[in-house]
Design a binder for this molecule. Structure first.
Ligand code: B12
Ligand code: SF4
Length: 440
């Protein structure tokens, strides 16, 4: 049979070309799990258009919350043409019953341990509505074929994932709901095999915290050092507490790390599960990471209940003072399945249930100390101010160890900041609720 796997964009009219483009690992895992007898095609809408008339027997769509409306639209198009549709990924895992309204079957959670069974059931006309394997065995090697797409040149980073599961279940995050609380590792041997078989040189570790298990991380860094690759990943700032771990990461090819700093308000940090809650300690930690020659990408969130209008300028000043290489400025987003969502819903503070706006970029709730539009505008201006030419110049010297990456990322963000301002101006006319001034 012929299987079509799709990763939809948020908006099919606009692809989010971010400069750093990476294939969707989930689709390549599904391909690796598919028995050889089947024909399989992968379409990433960020890279190519989806053809609803594509000849196939089974369509699989993978998506997060912001992509759900587009995924449902595509699912309906394929169903209209008599195809069987299966949905999986972050959003269907959190809201399987919603997803099932648009599809024949939903995979809740991971595909390992269920995909082959699902294909077999489909062939025997016994497809079930839901499939779920809570903690599948990750010891078996799943081949991922990235060679062809790397040749095409659209993607410049290859994704690798070493760990599933997170014990912390933070209020605003849905990762524990996706993979459970127990941390499960892929064997180092299989991670090395993934890297070697890809034939690539530039990688992104998708783990939420690549140093979450320091002993595993040290072994991993030692194992990949001889491969002479370059990699980026996400880590906790607690990295600085272990000198050896930091050195091994740098020696193994780590070029940039993404840190979820979220806030520079001590009041806010105290309410969060953070290893460093004191601003002076945070500044010392950031300095140590810079000295290792690792670029720091910070992720910030605006819109916590403690945030007042001064939060935007305070945050940008902190980031420039600490010579942060690049930053993602986000608004607090109540993803379904999180405590944040439940709290805001209970308080009647959610302003829309249109999932396409649940994208970290668009305000969808009533903040405490400002109107939704003030929060939206503050976030957009913070990005623009951080990427001003004067700021890029001020931060350059401290990031001179990787000038090309630093300048490329900053240039890309300066451009994106301009697009974002235009998008906000357009949405202002569309989203009446941004003007809402009700006191919370
Ligand atoms: C990598 C990543 C990205 C990359 C994606 C690029 C790429 N091409 O891969 C980038 C940086 C671009 C990104 C962007 C965003 N991301 Co993101 N991202 C992740 C991250 C870290 C890993 C996702 C991943 O690939 N995992 C590895 C794969 C193998 O796991 P998986 O997708 O769960 O797939 C397994 C199963 O779910 C299942 N499965 C998945 N799909 C399907 C389909 C079928 C048919 C079947 C049967 C099974 C199946 O099988 C797989 C194997 O078991 C997650 C955090 C996390 N730990 O999940 C956040 C995460 C998914 N992102 C998130 C968000 C919010 C975003 C953004 C909206 C934020 C933003 N504004 O930047 C954007 C949206 C981008 C867009 N245009 O669509 C949220 C999603 C929350 C939600 N409810 O939607 C997460 C969970 C982070 C978080 N902690 O909140 N992201
Ligand atoms: S934010 Fe990080 S630590 Fe918290 S639940 Fe999500 S993945 Fe785990």
């Amino acid at each position: 049979m012929k299987i079509l796997l799709i990763s939809p964009t948020i908006d099919s009219e606009k692809r989010t070309n971010k400069g750093l483009m990476m294939p969707q690992l989930a689709l390549y895992i599904l391909e690796g799990l598919t028995p050889q007898e089947h024909e399989l095609k992968i379409v990433e809408e960020e890279a190519e258009a989806v053809n609803p008339d594509e000849e196939c027997d089974l369509v699989g769509l993978s998506f997060m919350t912001a992509n759900a409306p587009r995924a449902y639209q595509l699912a309906q198009e394929f169903k209209k043409r008599g195809k069987t549709v299966v949905l999986g990924g972050v959003h269907p895992t959190i809201l399987p019953d919603e997803a099932l309204q648009y599809a024949d079957s939903v995979v809740i959670g991971e595909a390992e341990g269920v995909w082959e069974k699902l294909l077999n059931d489909f062939q025997h006309n016994t497809l079930k509505e839901k499939y779920h394997e809570p903690t599948p065995d990750l010891t078996k090697y799943v081949p991922k074929n990235f060679k062809n797409i790397i040749k095409k040149g659209f993607f410049n980073l290859v994704p690798v994932m070493t760990t599933r599961g997170c014990p912390y279940n933070c209020d605003f995050c849905c990762v524990t709901n996706l993979y459970g609380k127990k941390i499960r590792h892929i064997s180092i041997e299989n991670v090395v095999r993934d890297i070697e078989e890809s034939g690539a040189k530039n990688f992104m570790f998708l783990d939420d915290n690549i140093i979450g298990h320091p002993a595993y991380a040290k072994e991993l860094f030692r194992a990949i050092k001889p491969l002479h690759i370059r990699w980026v990943g996400q880590a906790s700032i607690s990295l600085v507490k272990d000198q050896e771990l930091m050195r091994l990461a740098a020696e193994s090819g780590c070029k940039s790390l993404f840190f979820g700093l979220e806030s520079v308000s001590e009041e806010q940090l105290k309410t969060m599960r953070k290893t460093i809650k004191d601003i002076e300690d945070l500044e010392t930690a950031l300095k140590k990471i810079r000295k290792m020659g690792i670029l720091i990408h910070a992720s910030m969130i605006f819109g916590f209940d403690n945030d007042t209008k001064s939060v935007f300028d305070d945050t940008v000043s902190f980031l420039i003072k600490n010579k942060i290489s690049s930053v993602s400025f986000n608004v607090l987003t109540p993803y379904p399945g999180t405590k944040t969502y439940q709290d805001l819903e209970n308080a009647g503070r959610l302003l829309t249930d249109d999932w396409k706006y649940y994208d970290h970029n668009t305000v969808v709730f009533k903040p405490t100390h400002m109107t939704p539009y003030e929060l939206q505008e503050g976030k957009t201006k913070a990005r623009r101010n951080f990427y001003k030419l004067s700021s890029v110049v001020k931060r350059f010297y401290a990031n001179m160890h990787s000038p090309l990456i630093y300048l490329t990322v900053n240039y890309g963000n300066r451009k994106q900041a301009k697009f974002e301002a235009k998008r906000i101006a357009r949405l202002k006319g569309e989203l009446d609720y941004w003007g809402c001034t009700d006191k919370v």
